[in-house]
Design a binder for this molecule. Structure first.
Ligand code: NAP
Length: 457
């Protein structure tokens, strides 16, 4: 009877995960999707706790208490801008758990392992271990504890390939004789090393793509765990995680017009290259009063948020400015680039937090044709995603990346603190165009002043 209840709870949980993922394809339903997935996880946990194989609940209770304290503290303490490194840490913990389950399974039952069981446990331990160290390095780079630039050395790819081959040979050895514990131990150490070597040559700018990929490895490790311990919900959830992580990394590469190979092995960001178009140009500085006047009497204003809006935490004040402008009859739109910020959906999350209506959010394909009708485009801490070199200069490192074509607006105002470059480390000719004005200062501070300026205009 309990067995049937457990299986029903797993089926329900799996359906909720799939429905949750479906809802996350649109900002309108994304929150509901998260809630459904959380409910699914709760049901799966309750179902698992009913398992007759559980001998003692004390360790589980201790784990739940310690985990909840760490998770709860992190969710309060970690700022929104540090979410990517927080996600990397969670990934490392999840992957470590998967590899430990595999090691424990091997330790307790290897004498009953057939070839299939040894293969899934082997992959679980291998993927889990490399994802653990890879995610820790990613977190370290994103938190600036490690250099964000790609760390490379001669023959690196050869070393990585050799590590991979040796790990696979060890797995074959284990399949032939699962009692060779030394082979599993060596495989774990090599997989840890491989995880480090895999992520070190990747610049912190490409870290979100790498994390989506590591996420996919962690998902596949969890799925292998499901096979190893005959747990259906782990198989389904792990597979969903594995493939959605992979699809996400491919989607991010597409949005940056880069191949996966270029992201993983291209050492992007190791050299800063400047655009010929920008050399020798002059940036025109503008002031709050002029910009406020321009916006107050515009017919249409388009806000283009980027990473700087996230660091400045300016999402609430931009919403306030949008409201003030709308009260004056100005049409307000927000242009969202798929890779603006540092993680997928970064701008959507921030603007949703500030309750900006979804009807005001426009994707790249929807808004680009509207820029020529826009009186003022306000770029809030965005740089690469509005760089016209991606469109006009085939020599640019970001050539071909789809951009928000703000340079085609009647007027452009760029809010940034100084002459800082974007994620790709290259110059932006937009800042030197005659229709562009630079409003220097922290984005939140400048936007607050603009709210007052527009009210007084
Ligand atoms: P960006 O190119 O990194 O530029 C951010 C700009 O914000 C900088 O030029 C900086 O200039 C300014 N800034 C920083 N703090 C600020 C503050 N407090 N107030 C005002 N301005 C501030 O950002 P983006 O245009 O959003 O482009 C995202 C980049 O990340 C792209 O290259 C994309 O390919 C990459 N990327 C994104 C993802 C993703 O999932 N979203 C994944 C991988 C890679 P100052 O220093 O002068 O202020």
């Amino acid at each position: 009877m309990t067995h049937i209840f457990i299986e029903i709870s797993y089926l329900l949980a799996s359906l909720l995960f799939i429905y949750g993922l479906r809802c996350m394809t649109h900002p309108d339903s994304a929150r509901r999707g998260m809630k459904m997935a959380e409910l699914g996880m709760l049901i799966a946990i309750v179902g698992t706790l009913l398992h007759h194989e559980i001998i003692s609940y004390q360790w589980i209770a201790a784990g739940i208490i310690i985990g909840s304290i760490i998770g709860g503290t992190m969710s309060y303490w970690v700022p929104m801008t540090a979410l990517p490194q927080r996600a990397a840490l969670s990934l490392a913990f999840g992957a470590l758990a998967a590899s430990l389950v595999g090691i424990a399974e091997h330790h307790s039952h290897h004498e009953h392992f057939d070839a299939f069981k040894m293969i899934v446990v082997g992959f679980e331990v291998l993927l889990g271990s490399l994802t653990t160290t890879g995610s820790l390095i990613a977190a370290g780079k994103l938190q600036d504890l490690l250099p964000g630039t790609p760390l490379t050395f001669k023959g690196q790819k050869m070393v990585n390939l050799s590590l991979l081959v040796v790990m696979l040979l060890l797995l074959v050895r284990l399949v032939l004789d699962p009692s060779q514990t030394w082979a599993l131990a060596l495989m774990v150490v090599l997989a840890w090393t491989f995880g480090v070597m895999l992520v070190l040559p990747i610049g912190s700018a490409d870290m979100p793509v790498v994390m989506a990929l590591l996420n996919s490895y962690a998902g596949l490790a969890a799925s292998a765990t499901g096979f190893a311990i005959s747990n259906n919900v782990l198989i389904i959830a792990g597979t969903l995680d594995g493939f959605s992580g992979f699809i996400l990394s491919v989607a991010m590469c597409k949005a940056m017009n880069r191949s996966m190979g270029n992201v993983l092995f291209g050492a992007f960001g190791s050299a800063s290259q400047s655009s010929a178009a920008a050399e020798g140009g002059v940036m025109r500085e503008v002031h709050i009063e002029d910009v406020a006047m321009q916006m107050a009497y515009a017919r249409q204003v388009v806000f283009v948020p980027g990473y700087g809006m996230a660091t400045a935490q300016a999402q609430h004040v931009v919403r306030e400015l949008a409201d003030v402008l709308e009260e004056r009859g100005v049409t307000v739109k927000f242009a969202i680039h798929p890779v603006a910020g540092r993680m997928p959906g970064h701008m959507n999350v921030l603007l949703a937090e500030a309750n900006v209506p979804y009807s005001q959010l426009y994707e790249l394909e929807q808004i680009n044709s509207d820029f020529p009708n826009t009186d003022v485009s306000v770029v809030i801490g965005a740089n690469d995603v509005v760089n016209p070199d991606a469109r006009d200069n085939p020599q640019s490192p970001i050539a071909g990346m789809p951009i928000l074509e703000v340079d085609r607006s009647k007027n452009v105002v760029v809010l940034k603190r100084g002459k800082g470059k974007g994620f790709s480390g290259i110059e932006n000719p937009l800042f030197f165009k005659p229709n562009t004005g630079m409003l220097y200062g922290d984005a939140k501070d400048s936007l607050s002043k603009l709210v007052h300026g527009v009210k007084d205009a």
